[in-house]
Design a protein around this ligand. Sequence first.
Ligand SMILES: NC(=O)C1=CN([C@@H]2O[C@H](COP(=O)(O)OP(=O)(O)OC[C@H]3O[C@@H](n4cnc5c(N)ncnc54)[C@H](OP(=O)(O)O)[C@@H]3O)[C@@H](O)[C@H]2O)[C@H](O)CC1
Ligand SMILES: [K+]
Length: 510
Amino acid sequence: MGLVTNSKGLIDMRCDQHVLLTPKQMALADQEAVYLGVPAFDLMAAAGQAVAEAIMAKWTKRPVLVMAGPGNNGGDGFVIAEQLRQHNWPVTLAFMGHLDNMSAEAQAHAKAWKGEWHPLSQTLLNDAKLVVDALFGAGLSRPIEGQVQHMLEAVAQSGLPVCAVDVPSGLDGATGQALGVVAKADLTVTFFRKKPGHLLFPGRTFCGDLLVRGIGIPAKVLTDLRIQTAENHPDLWLSDYPLMKQDGHKFHRGHVLIYGGQWMTGASRLSARAAQRIGAGLVSLAVPESSWPIYAAAMLSVMVKPLAAHQSEHAFQQMLNDSRFNVVVIGPGAGLEGNDKHRVKHAVLETLKCGRACVLDADALTAFSERPKALFEAIHDACILTPHEGEFARLFPHLSEQSGKDKLSRAKQAARESGAIVLLKGADTVIASPDGHAIINTNAPAELATGGAGDVLAGFIAGLVAQGMTPFYATAAAVWLHGEVANEFGVGLIAEDLTDALPNVLQQLK
Ligand SMILES: NC(=O)C1=CN([C@@H]2O[C@H](COP(=O)(O)OP(=O)(O)OC[C@H]3O[C@@H](n4cnc5c(N)ncnc54)[C@H](OP(=O)(O)O)[C@@H]3O)[C@@H](O)[C@H]2O)[C@H](O)CC1
Ligand SMILES: [K+]
């Protein structure tokens, strides 16, 4: 796997616009640009100017307090202050730091500021109608405390609109986590490329509207940065997407096998329908004999195979011998009661043993919570795990939300440890592959938090893998389409609508 990478194992440049840089990679990009001949002074001038323009586009002329910090983020602040002043905005500048300790370019821009310098003080908020937060950006190295903390708390209490330079101060651009207090912004203007912290929660809520502005760094600096993370977008996977061909045949579009449980018969039916809608040629459901009439009555174009109660494990194993089933989904509605758990584990391990691509969701994950190692030892590289946070914590207790680690690192580590592609669900779903690559999804609306949406997602993924997409990209595409359909449908969404409204979104994809 690893189509997101080029032959050197680096991120493919077709995703160039969507790559996410950690603050450290951003600093390297900055250095490389300077090495290539772009003066650091010009980068800072462009950064400050971009923010000033964004401010003038968003807000009417008003008194502004620019808070400038001790590093280059503060340097940008001086440029912003001077730019706004030149456009006749009333600007007050508060500086915390020592001019002598600043970089040469920041010193030069600080000296070019024609107004007064004030120490950071809460009383400066009294006359302000807008605050520019240029205290800390990529160089934040520890939690914010003391006087700055009090200042940021006063800014929050004032209710004044805030424009953050690069990142809201206190936000870790790599992780989306707060280091101490964070100055919540209404607008954040970042430079060159987004950072993971802009997209991961809680970071995303701190940024307000997010703008990315070029500042003269050439895209070729990305080549040597070993970037492994991108924001989900069709540009990443559209060239691999199995768009329908005129001369296509259902047998060329794969055959998804879905494991159905005895009681929760709706879940696997939702997956089946989703796999069909996204274009799988054929879909079969393997179900307990006793529930067969329920499944068969509801599914017209899905083949429903009964598994006789006394030999259901053997019967499922026999089905797997049919190599036309090229993807298997286990989990939605599979059941964990009584003997069900044992049967589910057996089905998962047999599926993995014969090397079949598979999507393991819900009960198929929970079934292994007592001994996740048994699952991980069997996993191969065409296996996709799709846990929500609860299921994730059962398989990876040391990586739970409570572990204090950020979601991106947790998903990456889980993929590495399990050997599977891990889709860690949420409003900021992360898709991580064992080789270290990860995609953050950002288009999921709140409406997606509805029963059955996960079952549909499992079916979308399986349907795309069945048609030949690589598991990593199939997962990314399915997650994006899932979000897009929910956006398109809007309020009142139920899981069934996700499959019914998919064709409209697919139509636009072509
Ligand atoms: N290519 C670009 O992206 C460009 C970015 N620009 C801007 O530069 C900043 C990054 O600048 P940098 O100087 O690396 O870092 P900061 O300005 O964010 O902050 C570093 C200083 O802040 C001190 N610091 C860090 N954390 C704290 C804290 N919690 N409390 C107090 N002080 C803190 C740090 O001190 P150290 O002791 O850790 O050294 C530094 O003094 C980027 O975000 C952009 O805005 C360029 O302008 C253009 C090119
Ligand atoms: K900032």
